[in-house]
Design a protein around this ligand. Sequence first.
Ligand code: FES
Ligand code: FES
Length: 214
Amino acid sequence: MSDIVDPKTIGSPLDAVSRRDFIKGVIASGAAVSSAGYLFRASTLLGQTSDATGERLITINVNGQQRRADVMKQETLAWTLRHKLGLTGTKLGCDRAECGSCTVLIDDVPHYSCSVLTHTVRGRRVLTIEGLASPDGRLHPVQRAVVDEQGFQCAFCMSGFIMSAVGFLKYHQKPTRAEFAQAHSGNLCRCCDYNKILNSMMRAAEYTRKNAHA
Ligand code: FES
Ligand code: FES
């Protein structure tokens, strides 16, 4: 499955339903793209051995699991997540700390994973979009809010916004729209869908409060 939407399906009579289903599927996994190629790919390039590339086998805690990977000294967390661990829900946009599409939580705090070296997260907790839903498949309140508001157009920036919102809502129970906009100033949307994104985020705050009191 590809994360590219067929333009022919946009605007069809079933648009509302198919778009909702599409968003739901992407939100649950963070990406519709198959990760099998990455999962079963050797972690070295062009047949080079770990010794030749300077890789070391390390263990990091990702989404509550201990994951092992051969990692180069200069390797970023975004690269490891996507290419070594098959977690392609974390997107790489600028790859230089400008767009926020690679945002993940490290010990509950949002970080640009393109600008964090993987070996520095040993002993810390990394949470990606794939780790948000409960084991029984129930979506996180922020994910539910995005489904209900149908926020995001192409959704490339979505996992970064969602992870940033999850981090923000841990410490801000009742943000105003302006505060939420400010909190997301490190996340860019190339589709400029900011109004809908903010609607989703305000709904996410509401669901998070309800969840806390449920
Ligand atoms: S890809 Fe990391 S901030 Fe843009
Ligand atoms: S919805 Fe397309 S980049 Fe944000």
